[in-house]
Design a protein around this ligand. Structure first.
Ligand code: NDP
Length: 328
């Protein structure tokens, strides 16, 4: 396993992380969740991603129970939570990035995850109805109180991240070190264009999500396939299926799968290796419903150095979505 710093912070994170969206406390049994955590940890993964909203808190409960059972030394891994959407409650006090929710959600996550502090605490989305100053102050205070070590954002705009940094700098507060955006071969602009000035500018680190576009990039979806076990066939994710199980994306995924076979990789390995090969990505977050999937995906690291300029050009020729670099 390779380890990178989380942006300009000193925190070493494994280039592959493991997350629990849709899976823990929902799609998979606790025993599978345990096998997945053990497989990840044994492979050197030290970054475990969670959020209050995942399975309305049950994902964190499952992870917390397992971390307790497994008894890994707390100094060997990082665990995260994210606040914004709430853990199921729909009242205005139960979600958002105001001080009340951020503090209460942090306490609730600590209880569910059974840890004394969160290594990284994310603002899961921007909150247009809360002054950014209040959010920055609250995150700073949670750090001062020892409840969180670092804080970050998820799917914020570059302008919002800069605003948080400016406010933090002017007031001698600790700003965000990491952003958590979607990043995969079908979705690139935010990471490759919008945030381009922030890596050196504010030292932004990235923990990126959905390297397989929820499974599309494994090439296993087709327009007529209805395997209920796969994520995008789940009823509650019809909105995500609508965006992703579309002819153009499936065609691209199929062509990438054929190219991966030429390289001797699986489609998942090619897609994950491509994400890891971007040095701006501190940690590519994996998801899995089966141990075999995770083992396959971990082997992506063997393919990173095979992504030569020629191979990358072939990939660009297939995906046809190379972002136009910003003009500085
Ligand atoms: P992926 O895009 O990699 O999708 C993972 C899913 O793809 C698995 O659960 C599995 O679903 C399928 N899959 C994985 N590997 C294989 C394989 N080798 N062969 C076939 N199918 C495979 O990642 P996620 O979307 O899960 O994102 C990773 C993590 O990022 C999340 O768990 C979460 O922690 C974080 N995240 C953060 C978000 C944010 O807003 N900040 C949003 C989304 C995710 P199945 O078996 O059901 O097909």
């Amino acid at each position: 396993m390779e380890y990178r710093k989380l942006g300009k912070s000193g925190l070493p994170v494994s280039v592959l992380g493991f997350g629990t969206w849709i899976t823990f406390g929902n799609q998979i049994e606790r025993s599978t969740a345990k096998d997945l955590l053990v497989t990840a940890y044994d492979a050197g993964i030290n970054f475990f991603d969670n959020a209050e909203v995942y399975a309305h808190g049950r994902s964190e409960e499952v992870m917390g129970d397992l971390l307790k059972d497994l008894g890994w030394s707390r100094d060997t891994y990082s665990v995260t939570s994210k606040a914004f959407f709430g853990a199921g409650g729909q009242l205005p006090t139960q979600k958002g990035l105001h001080r009340k929710h951020l503090v209460e959600a942090c306490h609730a996550a600590l209880v569910r995850l059974k840890v004394d502090y969160l290594d990284v605490y994310y603002c899961h989305r921007p909150d247009k109805s809360t002054p950014i100053e209040e959010t920055v102050w609250t995150m700073h205070q949670l750090i001062q109180q020892g409840k969180i070590l670092y804080w970050g954002t998820s799917e914020w705009s570059a302008a919002e991240i800069v605003e948080a940094h400016l406010y933090a700098r002017q007031n001698h507060l600790i700003g965000p070190v990491v952003e958590q955006p979607q990043y995969n071969l079908l979705h690139r602009d935010k990471v490759e264009v919008e945030y381009a000035t922030l890596y050196d500018g504010v030292g932004l680190g990235l923990t990126t999500w959905s390297p397989l576009a929820s499974g599309i990039l494994t090439g296993k979806y087709s327009l007529d396939r209805a395997d209920q076990a796969m994520r995008l066939q789940r009823e509650e994710l019809a909105w995500l299926k609508e965006r992703n199980v579309v002819e153009e994306k499936l065609r691209t995924a199929q062509q990438l799968a054929e190219f991966a076979a030429e390289l001797g990789a699986t489609p998942a390995q090619l897609a994950i290796a491509w994400s890891v090969s971007n040095p701006r990505v501190s940690c590519t977050l994996l998801g899995a419903t089966r141990v075999e999937q995770l083992k396959e995906n971990l082997k992506a690291l063997d393919f990173v150095e095979r992504l030569t300029p020629d191979v990358r050009e072939r990939i660009e020729g297939i995906v046809q979505n190379k972002p136009i670099p910003p003009a500085f």
